[in-house]
Write a protein that binds this ligand. Structure first.
Ligand SMILES: Cc1ncc(COP(=O)(O)O)c(C=O)c1O
Length: 286
């Protein structure tokens, strides 16, 4: 189902809280014109941030990569304030942060002395009941750029891919570049083969997911073998379990994969995914 979410009461834009309909930026904002900006989504479980430092570190990395000057030390108290102002301290929520390079005469090159536009808001999100979900996922070509490690607001490729999936009755689109699975349109992909957990290594072809990092820590702690190694599409017949992870996806079981309409993988919930979900719940709710 599309367009099911509602708008929020209040957002924070460039130093002020205001209703979203009053929050405006210039038409020459480079985020609007070029997608020249980055974003971050941090989960809050019953009011408590989860892996906040990791999210702030990734945001800092992305700002540095695209050379937007911004002091991230102001963020933490504002994020907590966003949660309390939106009355989300006793339910599950996330804080969205977006920083664009700001308005400048339209040139491809970066302006001197940019004035970034900074937007933030808290929104309610369902972080429970992921263990019961079974996602039917399509597989398609990863035609994104070569800097997927930057959490850029320029998400046209990702949105096209997700829309293809939803329009055709799937939950997510799992991407393949040069014959190897990379990640989902908004999630990290994991495969279990012969009891070993595989996920694409960090680098320019995936976003370095915070949930990915947590899952790998859990593997280490529980003694589950894992390899940060890309899995070839042609080896899908050797896979016993597939799951996707992300801040809002949590750890979601993939029940089937479909390439050009043909089912190439099917499975019920596997043992390893179940163990990871159980431990993930303990760590996020503990
Ligand atoms: C392309 C992509 N990969 C992976 C992820 C998962 O990242 P995280 O676990 O930090 O939410 C996301 C989340 O939005 C994403 O957009």
């Amino acid at each position: 189902m599309k367009n099911k979410k509602t708008y929020l009461a209040e957002v924070y834009l460039n130093g002020q809280w205001m209703p979203p309909q009053e929050a405006t930026v210039s038409v020459f904002d480079r985020g609007f014109m070029f997608g020249d900006g980055i974003y971050e989504v941090t989960p809050f479980y019953h009011g408590k941030p989860f892996r906040l430092q990791d999210h702030l570190d990734r945001l800092k990395y992305c700002l540095e990569q695209i050379k937007i000057p911004f002091d991230i030390s102001i963020l933490e108290p504002l994020m907590l304030e966003a949660i309390s102002r939106s009355r989300l301290a006793t339910s599950d929520a996330a804080v969205y942060i977006q920083i664009s390079r700001g308005a400048a005469p339209r040139n491809h090159y970066f302006p001197d002395n940019p004035k970034p536009n900074f937007l933030m808001y808290a929104f309610p999100v369902e972080l429970e009941n992921f263990s019961g979900k079974r996602w039917k996922v399509m597989v398609s070509e990863d035609f994104r750029w070569q800097r997927c490690d930057i959490k850029s607001t320029a998400l046209l490729a990702n949105t096209m891919m997700k829309d293809d999936a939803i329009s055709d009755g799937y939950n997510e689109n799992l991407l393949v570049r040069d014959g190897y699975f990379t990640e989902g349109s908004h999630s990290t992909a994991f495969f279990v083969s012969k009891g070993i957990v595989f996920t694409h290594p960090e680098g320019p072809h995936i976003l370095s997911g915070i949930t990915r990092k947590v899952v790998l820590e859990i593997c280490r702690d529980l003694g589950i073998g894992y390899k940060e190694e890309a899995l070839a599409l042609e080896r899908i017949s050797e896979v016993e379990e597939v799951f996707l992870t992300g801040t809002t996806t949590q750890i979601t079981v993939v029940s089937s994969l479909h390439l050009k309409g043909k089912e190439i993988f099917t499975s019920q919930k596997g043992q390893i995914t179940a163990r990871l979900q159980e431990e993930f719940l303990k760590r996020t709710r503990g």
